[in-house]
Ligand binder design. Structure first.
Ligand code: G3P
Ligand code: CA
Length: 266
């Protein structure tokens, strides 16, 4: 499929941005991915208590911000219990390195604007949708308001993925033109069910084999093309070459430069 094959090798996605080198899911991490030459960035979308979509991986703010210092009495610091204004005050960079002090948890709107300005492409994950009823339609609304859905080529610059099959199915039903991916490793016999609403299957790298990748490639996905596989999280050269040789179409990595160099070699 597009971007795959012997000559070009797998597409390399910068997971949470270039998150080995800059704080994950910040504008700094996507800017760095761009500077390193990577078009595709992955992120995680959740929702604040007052209904703003924000880009953060964990369902609490503790690991990747200074929330414990700024709001010591708000344990366990759930994203969904804080307002957008409160989250905007947090430092999302210092935990990673002092040079990133002052980085913020981006709103999805700000994040989309930056990805677009950088002329990058987005693998958008709807994270823990069971915590955020209606987040699928809301994400599509924000994408629309940011101008992403008018784009003639939206299908080449956006993939929406989730570990929740229900969420992926809903996104497909709401916007049948979008490319979707299911995060997981369905058994071969179950793949045809996923092919009804997904174009791609994105498994953890330890769970796959060349045979399984062939089984996915043998199916036609939601848009009638052979289904593709993007695997995660591969940060070392040996594993990158191993999954490349299994025939994956994409590798989602914190260290895109390392993986690109590995898959370009022999
Ligand atoms: O893009 C795949 C990967 O991000 C899924 O796992 O926990 O990093 O969101 P996680
Ligand atoms: Ca993710």
């Amino acid at each position: 499929g597009a971007g795959s094959g012997v000559l070009s090798g797998p597409v390399v996605y910068a997971h949470r941005g270039a998150s080995a080198y800059a704080p994950e899911n910040t504008l700094d991490s996507i800017d760095l991915a761009m500077q390193l030459g990577f078009a595709w960035v992955e992120n995680d979308v959740q929702r604040t208590s007052d209904g703003e979509l924000v880009v953060i991986h964990d369902d609490t703010l503790a690991r990747t911000t200074d929330v414990e210092q700024k709001f010591p009495d708000r344990k366990p610091w759930r994203v969904k219990d804080f307002t957008a204004a409160e989250i905007a005050r947090l430092d999302a960079g210092s935990w990673f390195a002092q040079e990133y002090a002052g980085a913020r948890v981006p709103t999805l709107r700000a994040y989309l604007d930056r990805v677009r300005r950088n002329q990058q492409r987005l693998l958008l994950e709807i994270k823990k949708p069971e915590l955020y009823p209606g987040i699928e339609a809301q994400t599509l609304k924000v994408l629309g308001e940011a101008g992403w859905l008018d784009e003639r080529h939206v299908a080449q610059r956006l993939v929406v993925q989730s570990f929740s099959a229900d969420s992926v199915r809903l996104v497909h039903q709401l916007r049948p033109d979008l490319v979707t991916a299911f995060l997981g490793t369905p058994k071969a016999a179950e793949l045809p069910e996923y092919a009804r609403f997904a174009d791609r299957i994105n498994p953890w790298h330890t769970t796959i084999s060349a045979e399984w990748v062939r089984a996915v490639h043998g199916l036609r996905g939601a848009h009638g093309r052979a289904m593709e596989v993007d695997t995660w999280i591969v940060d070392d050269p040996a594993t990158a070459r191993k999954v490349r040789d299994m025939g994956v179409d994409g590798i989602i990595t914190n260290a895109p430069d390392v993986v690109q160099q590995a898959v370009d070699g022999f």
